[in-house]
Design a protein around this ligand. Sequence first.
Ligand code: GDP
Length: 350
Amino acid sequence: MDRGSARWVSMAVTGFGQLPVRQFRGVHHRYATIADMVSTFAWGDQKVYVAGHRGLVGSALVRALEAAGAGEVIGWSSAELDLRDRDATFDAISQARPDIVIDAAAKVGGIMANSTYPVEFLRDNALIQTNVMDAAHAIDVDRLLFLGSSCIYPRHATQPIRESSLMTGPLEPTNQAYAMAKISGIFYIEAHRTQYGRHWISAMPTNLYGPGDNFDLQSSHVLPAFIRRFHEAKVSGAASVTVWGTGAPRREFLHVDDLAAACLMLLEHYDSEQTINVGRGQDLPIRELAQTVADVVGFTGAIQWDASKPDGMPRKLLDTSRITELGWRPRISLRDGLASTYQWYLDTHA
Ligand code: GDP
């Protein structure tokens, strides 16, 4: 491939205002308050590299950047650029010279994939994030957002989980390898701020879903797995569906378009070494999620639980006071988000 010519994902034309991103150089508060929320960010002037732009999160970021009028949004598919390859990553990023980098590239997966392949989950994620950040630093990118996950927090963290819970206890074993990589990413962001004065930030989203999700039953997360299992059972007329665990664990689900809006707001307004949670502020038992997805899909049979499969973390509800203080709110209800994601699944997979 010709890595010199980054693929153009969009070329939108309208911006928010007149001031350039260098505006951030003067901002040194712990975290911004609502009073700082006057948008002066000129997306129209920015060339933004979205690492992982074909994924669930990356594709939502591309949609949001287009809507915000980003001047240029670039990205490479994993076939075009393997971000585990340090030289190739340096070549691509140094030739494209983005103003802003959003690192949404990661090897991700649900409870089964995560616990079956700890070597790949630790190694690939550590390589990807280190290469992207080092390459961004080498060309003097001053604004970078690194995305992690709520699984970085200790298994028995006090709920809802505050950002300050990081590193206060042992991790959930089923996603420990992924969490270790992401925790080192957070510290790598902090290190660039401390050592080089970079205005880099990290955000920790809760469990995400939406168009572009992975519906493979072995490697997916629970929500797309439920959509697929219940849809296939409805179509085949099966009397029951068997799902994993006891159904007792509680999870929080955020539509990926809400996350993307949060990311743009954070790039505009947030400048702190402390990571920031992005969640809905509400969770539900997996058992209740199963019934809700079955209702949306129209599956009326029985739901059986295979307790020989792992439950994972008992609860993972994020405390979102820090981001809601900045004025961001999720807009998409779980019911609406499920309905549109099911429609996307029907349009693309069924
Ligand atoms: P986690 O949030 O890291 O634990 O990841 P998942 O989204 O994969 O799993 C969340 C919960 O859903 C766990 O308690 C799983 O055991 C449960 N679950 C039930 N059925 C399924 C399924 O078919 N696939 C997945 N991935 N999880 C399931």
